[in-house]
Structure formats: structure tokens, C-alpha cells
Ligand binder design. Sequence first.
Ligand SMILES: [Zn+2]
Ligand SMILES: [Zn+2]
Length: 347
Amino acid sequence: MRAAIYSEFASPLTIETVADPTPSDHGVVIRVAATGLCRSDWHGWMGHDPDIRLPHVPGHELAGVIEAVGRHVGRWQVGDRVTVPFVCGCGTCAECAAGEHQVCERQFQPGFTHWGSFAQYVAIDYADANLVRLPEAIDFVTAASLGCRFATAFRAIVDQGQLSGGQWVAVHGCGGVGLSAIMIANALGANVIAIDIHEEKLDFARAIGAAETVNAAVVDDVVAQVQSITRGGVHVSLDALGSPTTCFNSIANLRKRGKHIQVGLMLGEHRQPSVPMDQVIANELEILGSHGMQSHRYPAMLAMITAGKLQPEKLVGKTIRLEESLEALTTMDRYPNTGVTVINQFD
Ligand SMILES: [Zn+2]
Ligand SMILES: [Zn+2]
């Protein structure tokens, strides 16, 4: 098969012909029809992920058709249209038994712990516990765009945030996760305040459902502005960016008994940001993390998409060929895109 591959971190990728994968006993091989480009792939390529062993094929936001099935797989057949969460649980550990595959003790992560989907085929282990059947109405490019940012935002807003209609929610950072969260929160009937430092991103946030916007590069005090708009703070707040400032503001702009959800990754020197713990105690705030979403929660999200309440295709930027991913991945930090870029041509 053809695959985009790197043999050293932070060095150019090349397209190579490598052996086709074979399924493990509990796994499948998927013919990749579409796979999204993500900042996590860039971090992996830079050498920021200790799970990656070289040489490596990136890619974890994938959709396609099952090409081969392992002998102990019960639920899936060749020809099934599927996608998969970026964290695949083993299905048997204590966390998986409790339904919490997103924090499995033996995670299989395509594009990190194993070769990923910047290739014609990808092998996925633990198929019965993780594959998600795609409705015919959802095309592969849209399905690939769900794999990481959209599903993560869904779990953050719906399952971790328990957001409901009429509540206020603040979304700090209007990148892929933030825009997904805004769309989902609006569909639930909540009032969304979008916060970013780029006016064009705030314009897009309004177009997909934000009721109010705050440009953090313009206002003196983001927290005071959010509290003024909401008369006392938001019920739920997301740090969708992952920085010490957005994390602090997202906790500080909560109303009493509000919930902060940390979604943006904290890497390097930002691993342990400062937190207004005095407010957490006095106002009985909750601080929650959110890490992907289990496959058994996908049907709720897919139902909202097929019903037309969520339109993830609006967040897809452009589609490219596998060859174009070589440069698109390595320059991600220099040319941040508004929409998700998806590879959908592999030959
Ligand atoms: Zn597990
Ligand atoms: Zn991703």
C-alpha cells in the first residue's frame, strides 16, 4: 500500500510503498476513504508523543470500508462503512467494563501507538469494542471530520458538561474543537459566548450559532465581560485552546456551582497552569477533563447529524491528496486553517 511515512521526528515525510497490513485476531483492516489532518499529528511528528516508534505513519481521524476481518471479530464484516474514535479501548479492562473506553488502560490509538491512516489501509485492533457503523447519509469526508475534534466537543458539552437548554456556556478558543462545541451547544438550546483573538473566527462562530462573542485581544478583562453579559457568569465553560490564560479565564468566568471542562491539551511548560482555587472552593465549582469519546456514544451524535441538527460538514475546510499531506502536516503550525483539512485521495 501507499503510505505517508517519517523515519525521524521533525524531518520530511515521504510517500512509500509498504506491506499491506493484516488484521489481528480481534481487529480489522480498513480501506481508508478519508482521514483528517490534526494538530495532534503535528505534535506526534515533532516528537512530542512518547507512544510513537519510528518509522511511523500518522493519521487518526479516519473513515472507510472494512477490507479484512480478524477471526475473533463478531460484529463486523467486509464491506461495512465505519469510523472509529481516536482512543480505542481494549473492551475488557475495568474502565472499558464501566463503559469508559476513552480512558482505557490499554489504549489503541491509530497514528500514535500504532500506524495510522495517512495510507491506503489501516489496521484497527479491538474492532468489536470500537468500530462505529456509518449511516448511508453521512459521507466519508464528513465522517472523518468527526473522529477527534467534533466527538471530543460532543462529549465535553453533552456528557461532561451536562449542558441544557437556556444555560450559558463560554467557549474559549474558536479552533476546530471550539467551533464544534459552539455548534453542539447551540443545537442543545444553550446560549453560547465565543471567545477568541481573531475577529474572522468570531464571525464564523456567530455564523454557526454563537449568541455573543468576546474578542480577547480587544477587551481589557475577558472574565468581567463574560460576567457582565451573563449577569453572574456561565453555567459551563470550555477551554478549547489549551493555554494558561484560557484555562484560568474559563474557570474564573463561571457562575456559582459552574463546570469548567478542559479540552485543549496542555503540553510542555504549560502542563501545570495556575487555577483560581479560591473561587473553586467558595463557589463550589467543578473542574473536569474530557478526552475523546467512546464508540457507544457515537449513535447519539450521529442521530443529531442525520436529523440535521448538527452540520459538521460546515467545519470541513478543504480536501487534499495524500501527496499534499506531506507539506500540509509539517507546515501546520505556520498556516493554521479555519476548517478541517481532509485527505480523500490515496492513489
Ligand atoms: Zn480497556
Ligand atoms: Zn485529531
